[in-house]
Design a protein around this ligand. Structure first.
Ligand code: ADP
Ligand code: MG
Length: 424
């Protein structure tokens, strides 16, 4: 494994982590007594440290992903190499990825544009199908710019009723409309000095478009029902899954606004156009889910893996991520078709080996025996935990087993005694 050189300017580095650990250690070493609040505080610091370690290891994984990926054709191998280099170069320049993962040249193109756009205050328009990572990209742009420590305000223009949207964005004066009981500031004022993310900008009605154009031209807003002009310094990042150019020709989106918003345009490719990234994304989200759900990373049956590699993902990365989280939650050890959402679950033919969740034809007898024995072991432990309300020591006594050996077994099966504790 390659180790990333710790850099002084990056938010987290190995050096920084060790320093924090040392502070924690010396706090503990010199504390003569610790009361509950102090313990709580130290625990909080430990958790923060753990999260930082996870983040760092993700970063490392990001660099190494390409090297470990099995390149099939030599042409692909060469291309992978260059994307790996490009990604590494971004990391070396302390680019903040905000969790963006992937290795397709198109994604790298978008990230490089984002990197150049971020430090400027130019508006950025992100387009792509739903679930391709537009909102994530907006965060990347914010995080890599000079406004990173200033507010980031996200507004979904499609989720707010037309008659309230203007007041939501620009605020209103008391009495401007029924229900406007007092003066209220809008999202633009909240995002002053920072970034506003206008999601689903294609849903903004024409009157709102005029007001937005004014912000872009002169950095000024007016609250609904007020004459007072308020200056704002807000960087605008907008996103859409609509074809704005087409909307312009149909007269539903102002062309002048379109050109102002899209000084820099970033287009995110649908997942079906970057299919060779799916295996990496499956592993990435599998680990993320395991960490969040506090379980071992779920295994995939062979047929499920084949299905996931081939599926068309109309909901793009969001759909893939949701599927992996779902199966990680529902499957015990190995996930199979039955754990998929019903709407996309293929018809199953042929029997399935109990507990193993793999195609029978692809299992050796030894594998099948092991899978069956594992499944029985797990069921047995689960039942014991249920009956004893999660009391591990009692279960160990009942099974005449060493407690720590039992703990190891529980861990192996991803069983947490906490989940069986009966509420008293
Ligand atoms: N390249 C990526 N790497 C990791 N996660 C991603 C990536 N793109 C999208 N996601 C995840 O997929 C989900 C949908 O992304 P989002 O930015 O909300 O999409 P959109 O705004 O285009 O609908 C989020 O959970 C996001 O974190
Ligand atoms: Mg979105």
């Amino acid at each position: 494994m390659k180790v990333i050189e710790p850099k002084a300017e990056s938010a987290i580095s190995y050096g920084g982590l060790i320093e924090k650990l040392e502070i924690l250690r010396s706090t503990l070493r010199w504390a003569s007594t610790l009361d509950r609040p102090q313990i709580q505080k130290l625990l909080g610091q430990c958790n923060a440290l753990r999260d930082e370690v996870m983040q760092l290891s993700r970063k490392e994984r990001f660099v190494n992903a390409t090297a470990t990926a099995t390149a099939t054709a030599s042409g692909t191998a060469a291309r992978r190499n260059t994307t790996a280099q490009r990604r590494k170069a971004l990391l070396d320049r302390s680019f903040v990825f905000e969790g963006v993962f992937g290795e397709s040249p198109k994604l790298l193109d978008s990230l490089e544009i984002a990197e150049k756009a971020a430090p400027t205050d130019l508006p950025v328009l992100i387009d792509g199908e739903s679930g391709t990572g537009k909102e994530l990209m907006a965060k990347v742009i914010h995080a890599n710019g000079s406004r990173a420590d200033k507010p980031y305000i996200s507004v979904n223009c499609g989720a707010i009723p037309d008659n309230l949207l203007e007041s939501e964005l620009f605020g209103h004066k008391r009495g401007a409309f029924t229900g406007a009981a007092s003066d209220r500031s809008g999202k633009f004022e909240a995002a002053d000095t920072g970034t506003i993310f206008l999601d689903e900008i294609g849903e903004l009605p024409l009157p709102g478009q005029v007001k937005l154009l004014r912000v872009l031209q002169s950095n000024e807003i007016q609250r609904v029902g007020s004459d007072k002009i308020i200056e704002v310094d807000t960087r605008i990042v907008a996103a859409t899954n609509k074809n704005l150019q087409k909307m312009c020709s149909e007269g539903t989106f102002r062309e002048d606004l379109f050109y102002r918003l899209g000084v820099i345009q970033v287009t995110l490719p649908p997942l079906r156009e970057r299919k060779d990234e799916i295996p990496l994304l499956i592993d990435f989200f599998g680990d993320e889910a395991a960490e969040k759900l506090r379980r071992r990373t779920v295994k995939l049956s062979r047929r499920l893996r084949t299905f996931l590699l081939d599926y068309s993902y109309p909901g793009n990365i969001r759909e893939l991520r949701n599927i992996i989280f779902r199966i990680s939650c529902l499957a015990s050890d190995t996930a199979d078709f039955e754990h998929l959402p019903e709407a996309i679950r293929p018809e199953t033919q042929g029997p399935k080996v109990d507990g193993g969740g793999q195609d029978q034809q692809q299992l050796t007898l030894a594998d099948a025996k092991k899978a069956a024995s594992d499944a029985v072991e797990r069921q047995f432990l689960e039942r014991g935990l249920q009956e004893l309300g999660g009391k591990v020591s009692e279960l160990a006594r009942r099974l005449d087993m060493n407690r720590s050996h039992l703990q190891t077994l529980l861990k192996k099966h991803g069983l947490s005694s906490k989940n069986y504790r009966t509420k008293s």
